[in-house]
Structures are given as structure tokens and as C-alpha cells.
Design a protein around this ligand. Structure first.
Ligand SMILES: Cc1cc2nc3c(=O)[nH]c(=O)nc-3n(C[C@H](O)[C@H](O)[C@H](O)COP(=O)(O)OP(=O)(O)OC[C@H]3O[C@@H](n4cnc5c(N)ncnc54)[C@H](O)[C@@H]3O)c2cc1C
Length: 641
């Protein structure tokens, strides 16, 4: 261990930690805020809300995204909803219950104080978004509506049909646009961060490439915020937007930011099953559908009858059978493994046998088709367009797929990484979700970080550190700039015959098979042999078409750079998965399970966040541990029965 991990968790009772901390943090005088420049990379819910809020406070903000518009960030795809402990349903919800559900849902592998703060701030998010005009669903009488999500027995999920992310992002985007027009935010669309500038141990800027012109430029600032999303696309096929990638956080890792719990990846149980090798992406069917859809497979293995021909008595509603308390709303990791189990038994449905039914017949009979259309219409339309089957008439077929990454850059309570001045928010950080994220809590975390937490904590950093002026002539800036140019030349110079995509597909297949829904030591060791081989081949055989002009629009070059980083990150994920000799949440090691096949934690040896430190080129990463201590909750075996 070489890093000193200081989580900076404030002392005192859990309900008072954030308030006390806010009071104790130093403030930047309003007149001085404009003297500081903050770089925000990413314009999803986390980055968009942070950039808008920082500028509203008076800071100068430079904001970057690789899309043509900030509003194209992956967040726009979020479907089902956002949690908040408002207790509008009067069904027993509270900040403490949301905190408890989230920490238990994460299998007790998250930092208690952060999770409590998340639950606390959740109520402000809804007020903020309603004030912005986000059109959340409402009851007939005008009050905001709620629905249920997995891992909770209360209804606390706020939603805008199946387009919650889109509506929330439009809210954040309008706030951001206002600041762009005002001049507080300088927006750089179609610009990709390719490296971090570290001066005297502090993050002081980024090197970015203009994706239209190819120009490579340094941008300096007093602090840097990475809000660059998750790395689920390391598995190639995932529900993530096709362009989501790990480059920003991976480059920061290589510059010294510790990477937290990389093996904590989430598989979502309700995705449209893979249909063939030609696919480049998978599609989510929101968890909200499990409010009304019932999951089942035939009782008999190899039963090829159409679902309508299988009588009730010959169906196995396995989630309702195994988890009577939570039924179809069992958490994602549990519902995913249960689906795999029945398919492994030969009871899966559809042409590949890798599918289970999500059936709305009962709900349509009870509530009528119009009500179901009102609740989920756009999701049913997506399903029908992709499968050419009408889910109002025949059950949907679903199967688990990679969806979210709980791992990410390790951050302290102030959302600062192990590089002073470098902050990470939203899905890019190792987050408040521990080993498993409960549905509707990523949007909550991204907006909590961006609207309500980072704007306070970054002020404390700026107010308490003396930051000398840095300009583009600084040797550290020139070194980072040269590193980016060198890497691009190297990619262009390989001139092989295989596309970056073909390597990505091969990597993804390896990851899914050996480090996917369940893992074991032999498989992980094999992955650790195979991944370096794919990487070696990549650097010998990849082709990046070009005209010899590096300063040009070149999407294959963008792709190749991102795949090269995935090829390194994949190895770290497997190293982390191999070292964690326990099962927890989405990390299911086959060797560690209870008699009835549930995840078996080892709290004595693994109640810590793993923070991996870059060991240098060709050297193994170094493991640092942040012990997780629990004062407000009692560690228990998760049970949803
Ligand atoms: C299909 C789907 C549905 C979901 N539904 C829900 C839901 O209902 N509820 C819920 O809570 N969660 C949901 N999630 C999860 C949630 O959508 C994400 O976790 C969340 O939106 C991530 O937000 P973010 O701001 O952290 O990152 P993103 O929205 O991924 O934004 C990343 C930003 O970073 C930029 N960027 C990345 N790298 C670079 C770089 N190198 N240089 C410049 N810019 C860069 C991108 O351009 C983009 O602007 C869903 C996820 C998926 C895949």
C-alpha cells in the first residue's frame, strides 16, 4: 500500500455529518469566485448539473463533452425513474429507510456516511427539478406520482413515463445553456479529454482533442471535475450508449487517481435478449416494468410451446416463488442470477434459450390496456420495434445484460480523488452504491453530486489551497500534450488489418464469459492470460484508416483510443474480481455462495473498498484498502425472502 486513503468522513452522528461538514468547510467569497476556473468534463446529469451550478455560484467554468450537444449524454437514455425519500405515498418511507435500503442493496460495501447524505439530499433534487419544470408524472389530483423499484417495499420512485433521464437532462441542460449564454460557462462540444494535466501533484487541466478538426489543445484551470459516466461498454454489448467509454477516468488513473472497486459491475435483469453476432448494443426494458409484469419460465425444461399454450400450473413464477416478500421486485443482482439459473437448467425461452418471460397479461386484465399504455407506452413501443412482437398480446422476452458500473475513481467524502483538485462525480466515481446499485439511484446520485454536494466541497478545496498560476508553457502541460500526440501517432502507425471494433467485440466476449454474471478463480485467471494477448495483438494489428494527416476528423481513431483503454481497464477489473474472495452484490464468485445459492460475503476480510493504484507501465497495480466501518447499520446477510 502506498497511498494514504483518507475518506474525510466527518465525525458526529450520521444525521448531522453533512450539516456539520457544510458549516465547517471554508467558503469562497462571492467576489472571488470569478477568479477561479473549473473544468467540468461531461454534460450528463452529473456534469451538466455541476457545470450549471458552479457557474450560477460565480465560478468560471470550462465544460467539455464529446457529443455534438451536451444533451446527447448517455443520461438521456435513463428510463424508469429517480428515487427520493419524500414519503408522498405515506407508506412508511423516510430518509433513514432510503439510506438503509441503499446500503443493504449495495451489500454493505459502500461508505455509510455518503449513502446517508445521498438519501438526505434526495428530497432537494425533486424540488429543484420540479422548479425547473421537469414534467414528472402526477396523480389525478396534481400531486407527484410514485412507483416502486427493486429492493424497496415503498413507492419512492419519481418518473416521467419511460423518459425520466431525458426530462431530467433537459432540465439540467436548460440551466447549463442559461449559464453558457450568460458567459459563465465556456462550452466545448465535440471535444474529447485525452489526458489529465498534473502540476506539482495537483490536477490543473486537461489535454483535449477537437473531434471535428483534430486539433489537440491544453486547457488549464484551478480544479478539474470528471463526470464522464460509466465503463460498462468494456463488455462491448451493454445497455449503455454506444459511445460511453472509460478514457477520461483511465487516463486519470494512469496519472495517479486510485480506481475504486473496478469489479463491481451491474447486470440488469430485464434487457432484450441478444439475437445475433451482428449486434453492437443491447436495449434495456426498464425495471419499472416489474411493477406490473410477472417473470416466469415453463416448469418443464426444453418446453418449446408458445407462452399462451402453457397453462398456469405449468409455469414457474420463480421470483415470486423464491422471494415472496419482494417477488418480481427483487434487486437486480438477485433477479439476474435467478434468470441465469433457470436458463442454465434448460428452462429458458426464445430461439437461444437465453430468455425468460415478462408477462403483462394479469396487469392488463386487472387494469386495462390503456392504463398499461399510459404507464409504459414508449417502452412497449421500443420492444415492439426491436422484436416485432406485440407485448400487449405476448409476454416480453428478457435476459440480463451489463448495465451500470458501481466501480470508478475512488473519491473521499468531498468527491475528490487521490489527486488533489481532481474530483469525480456521477457514474464516473466509485459511487455510493457499493457492490450493487438499486434501480433509480444513479440519477439520484448524479444529481446529488452535481447540484448539491460538489458545489460546496469544491469551494472548500479552492478556498484552502494556494494555487499558483499555470499556463500552457508549463513543462507538465507540455509533457501531457506530447504524451497525447505520441499515443495518437502510435495508433496511426500500427497500420494493421483488423478494426478496433473487432478487438472490442473479442474483449467483450471474454469479459462476459469469464468476468460476467458469475465469476470463478479459474475463469478469472484465464481472462488474465487472454486479455494481455488481445492487447498485444491490438497494438500489432489494429488499423486506423487515415490520410497521413493526424489533424483531421477521424472516428476510427477515436474508437481505437477508447478500445486501447478498455483493454487495460479490463485487466484491472479481472485482477480486482480475482482478489475479492467473497461474493457481494453484482460480484458473484461461484466459490462463495450460501447453501441456497445466494451471495456469501466475507465481512471479516473484505469489508473494504479496494482502491487500485497505477503501478507504472508493465507493472502490476497496487492494492490500497479503505476499511468500511458501520455505525448506523448492522451488517447482516441480505435477504429478500
Ligand atoms: C438504458 C439505461 C437506462 C437507465 N435508466 C436509469 C433510471 O431509470 N434511473 C436511474 O437512476 N439510472 C438509470 N440508468 C443509469 C443512469 O442513466 C446513469 O448512471 C447516469 O445517467 C450517468 O450519468 P453521468 O452524468 O454520470 O454520465 P453520462 O450521462 O454517461 O455522461 C457522460 C458525459 O461525459 C462525456 N464524456 C465522457 N468521456 C469524455 C471524454 N473523454 N471527453 C469529453 N467528454 C467525455 C460525455 O460526452 C457525456 O457528456 C440507466 C442506464 C441505462 C444504460
Amino acid at each position: 500500500m502506498t497511498l494514504t486513503l483518507n475518506a474525510k468522513t466527518p465525525p458526529g452522528p450520521i444525521e448531522q455529518k453533512w450539516d456539520t461538514h457544510k458549516f465547517e468547510m471554508k467558503l469562497v467569497n462571492p467576489a472571488n469566485k470569478r477568479k477561479f476556473r473549473v473544468i467540468v468534463v461531461g454534460t450528463g446529469l452529473a456534469g451538466g448539473s455541476a457545470a450549471a451550478t458552479l457557474s450560477e455560484l460565480g465560478y468560471q467554468v470550462s465544460c467539455f463533452c464529446f457529443h455534438d450537444s451536451p444533451r446527447r449524454a448517455h443520461s438521456i437514455a435513463a428510463q424508469g425513474g429517480i428515487n427520493a425519500a419524500k414519503n408522498y405515498q405515506n407508506d412508511g418511507d423516510s430518509i433513514y429507510r432510503l439510506f438503509y435500503d441503499t446500503i443493504k442493496g449495495g451489500d454493505f460495501r459502500s461508505r455509510e456516511a455518503n449513502v446517508y447524505r445521498l438519501a438526505e439530499v434526495s428530497v432537494n433534487i425533486i424540488d429543484q427539478c420540479v422548479a425547473q419544470g421537469v414534467p414528472f408524472a402526477r396523480e389525478y389530483g396534481g400531486l407527484l406520482a410514485n412507483r416502486s423499484f427493486g429492493g424497496a417495499q415503498v413507492s419512492r420512485t419519481f418518473y416521467a413515463r419511460g423518459q425520466t433521464g431525458q426530462q431530467l437532462l433537459l432540465g439540467a441542460y436548460q440551466a447549463l445553456e442559461r449559464q453558457i449564454v450568460r458567459g459563465g460557462v465556456q462550452m466545448y462540444p465535440m471535444t474529447e479529454m485525452l489526458d489529465l494535466i498534473v502540476v506539482d501533484g495537483r490536477a490543473r487541466g486537461i489535454i483535449a482533442r477537437d473531434l471535428l478538426t483534430g486539433a489537440i489543445t491544453p486547457h488549464v484551470a484551478d480544479a478539474v471535475v470528471l463526470a464522464t459516466g460509466g465503463y460498462g461498454n468494456v463488455f462491448f454489448l451493454s445497455t449503455n450508449a454506444k459511445l460511453s467509454n472509460c478514457t477520461a477516468i483511465w487516463r486519470a488513473y494512469r496519472r495517479g487517481a486510485a480506481f475504486g472497486n473496478p469489479c463491481f459491475t451491474q447486470i440488469h435483469p430485464t434487457c432484450i435478449p441478444v439475437s445475433g453476432d451482428y449486434q453492437s448494443k443491447l436495449t434495456l426494458m426498464s425495471e419499472s416494468l416489474r411493477n406490473d409484469g410477472r417473470v416466469w419460465v415453463p416448469r418443464r425444461r426444453g418446453d418449446k410451446r408458445a407462452p399462451s399454450e402453457i397453462p398456469e400450473a405449468e409455469r414457474d413464477y420463480y421470483l415470486e416463488r423464491k422471494y415472496p416478500s419482494f417477488g418480481n421486485l427483487a434487486p437486480r443482482d438477485i433477479a439476474s442470477r435467478a434468470a441465469k439459473e433457470v436458463c442454465d437448467e434448460g428452462r429458458g425461452v426464445g430461439p437461444t434459450g437465453l430468455g425468460v418471460y415478462l408477462d403483462f397479461a394479469d396487469a392488463i386484465g386487472r387494469l386495462g390496456e390503456d392504463t398499461i399504455r399510459d404507464r409504459y407506452g414508449n417502452l412497449f413501443d421500443i420492444y415492439q420495434r426491436i422484436t416485432d412482437e406485440n407485448p400487449y398480446r405476448v409476454p416480453m422476452r428478457i435476459y440480463p445484460a451489463i448495465h451500470y458500473t458501481m466501480g470508478g475513481l475512488w473519491v473521499d467524502y468531498n468527491l475528490m480523488t487521490t489527486i488533489p483538485g481532481l474530483h469525480a462525480i456521477g457514474e464516473a466515481n466509485f459511487s455510493d452504491h457499493g457492490a450493487n446499485r438499486l434501480g433509480a439511484s444513479a440519477l439520484m446520485q448524479g444529481l446529488a453530486d452535481g447540484y448539491f454536494i460538489l458545489p460546496y466541497t469544491i469551494g472548500d478545496y479552492l478556498a484552502t489551497n494556494k494555487l499558483d498560476r499555470v499556463d500552457a508553457s508549463h513543462p507538465a502541460v507540455r509533457e501531457a500534450d506530447a504524451a497525447v500526440r505520441g499515443r495518437i501517432s502510435k495508433l496511426l502507425g500500427v497500420r494493421g488489418g483488423r478494426t478496433a471494433d473487432s478487438f472490442h467485440r473479442e474483449l467483450g466476449k471474454t469479459m462476459w464469459e469469464l468476468c460476467g454474471m458469475s465469476r470463478n478463480a479459474d475463469g478469472l485467471k484465464k481472462a488474465l492470460e487472454v486479455i494481455p494477448q488481445i492487447r498485444d495483438q491490438f497494438w500489432k494489428e489494429v488499423v486506423v484508416p487515415n490520410t497521413g494527416d493526424t489533424v483531421a476528423f477521424n472516428q476510427e481513431l477515436e474508437k481505437a483510443g477508447r478500445v486501447a483503454d478498455f483493454l487495460e481497464l479490463a485487466e484491472l477489473i479481472c485482477i480486482d474480481a480475482l482478489h475479492r474472495n467473497e461474493s457481494c452484490g453484482g460480484h458473484f464468485r461461484e466459490e462463495y455462495q450460501t447453501a441456497d445459492g445466494e451471495a456469501k460475503r466475507d465481512d471479516e476480510h473484505f469489508a473494504y473498498a479496494a482502491a487500485w493504484e497505477y503501478g507504472g507501465e508493465g507493472k502490476p497495480p497496487v492494492l490500497n484498502k479503505e476499511p468500511l466501518t458501520f455505525e448506523a447499520v448492522h451488517l447482516s446477510q441480505r435477504s429478500y425472502k
